[in-house]
Design a protein around this ligand. Structure first.
Ligand code: HPA
Length: 264
């Protein structure tokens, strides 16, 4: 099954039809993880807002272990994660959508693995390519198909690759930190990409990120970064993301059918 993990600005997915609320218990949380299931056209999917339904859980407090476990438990195999980011590369202007192909993890103190204790052996998963090639391809095709329909807020062409630097937050970065991230090769910076992507890989789920730039990263513009500007871009950008999801869901459904046919 397909899942969308919603980030800032995407706490609700009102385009989902025939919805049901699943409450999944996990060994990693006292309360059950609430996941909305439903469909878009023919495609069934699950939706999990990582900051909570009312956007109250900050990036460093998200229970990534419980969330990914619950999705897996529900039968999810493929995840599209929607993340708001700050743009570092000049192409990543506010409103720009991007599909990163790499990630650098700068977070600390987050519970980032299932291979923690009571192990019969030490496990090191391969994470050379953190994002799913197949899901990235389908997202890129969806963006190309949607192309001309994108409102003006989403400038330029889709950015089809890039390095996502994941910082701890919840504060934004210093100008020097962004210079360092840029030197490291980061094209965008966010706070929620990890450990989510790593935990998905540990559970064998495919995972891709749809990033929306909502501001230029710290120090790249003279004016200060304000929540007001971020929210403004977030609202307009996520409206575009909500238009993109049904296009992606259609492509995903067709791809799944083709895969199952060729498997028999
Ligand atoms: N830095 C980190 N995370 C973010 C930013 C940023 O500038 N904008 C949106 N999420």
């Amino acid at each position: 099954m397909l899942a969308i993990i919603g980030g800032s600005g995407l706490s609700r997915l009102d385009i989902l039809q025939d919805t049901a609320l699943e409450k999944v218990t996990t060994p990693f949380s006292e309360s059950a993880v609430e996941i909305l299931t439903g469909s878009i056209g023919e495609q069934k999917l699950a939706f999990l807002p990582r900051h909570g339904k009312t956007h109250v859980i900050p990036p460093h407090k998200i229970n990534y272990q419980a969330n990914l476990w619950a999705l897996h438990q529900l039968g999810v195999t493929d995840i599209v994660s929607v993340n708001a980011v700050g743009g570092i590369d000049p192409q990543m202007a506010p409103g720009q959508l991007a599909i990163p192909d790499q990630i650098i993890d700068y977070t600390h103190g987050r519970l980032h693995t299932y291979y923690q204790e009571n192990l019969s052996k030490v496990v090191h998963i391969d994470f050379t390519h953190p994002y799913s090639k197949r899901l990235r391809h389908l997202l890129i095709v969806a963006m190309e198909q949607q192309g001309d329909d994108l409102d003006e807020v989403v400038e330029g062409l889709p950015v089809t690759q890039g390095v996502y630097g994941c910082t701890q937050g919840p504060r934004l970065e210093t100008a020097a930190e962004i210079i360092r991230l840029k030197q490291d090769g980061c094209d965008m910076v966010g706070m929620t990409g990890m450990p989510e992507a790593g935990l998905a890989r540990e559970l064998g789920m495919e995972y891709a990120c749809l990033a929306l730039s909502v501001n230029r990263a710290a120090g790249l513009e003279k004016k200060p970064i304000t929540m007001e500007d971020i929210n403004h871009t977030l609202v307009a950008g996520m409206a575009e993301v909500k238009k993109l999801i049904p296009v992606f869901a259609r492509l995903y459904a067709a791809d799944e059918q083709a895969r199952h046919k060729s498997a028999v």
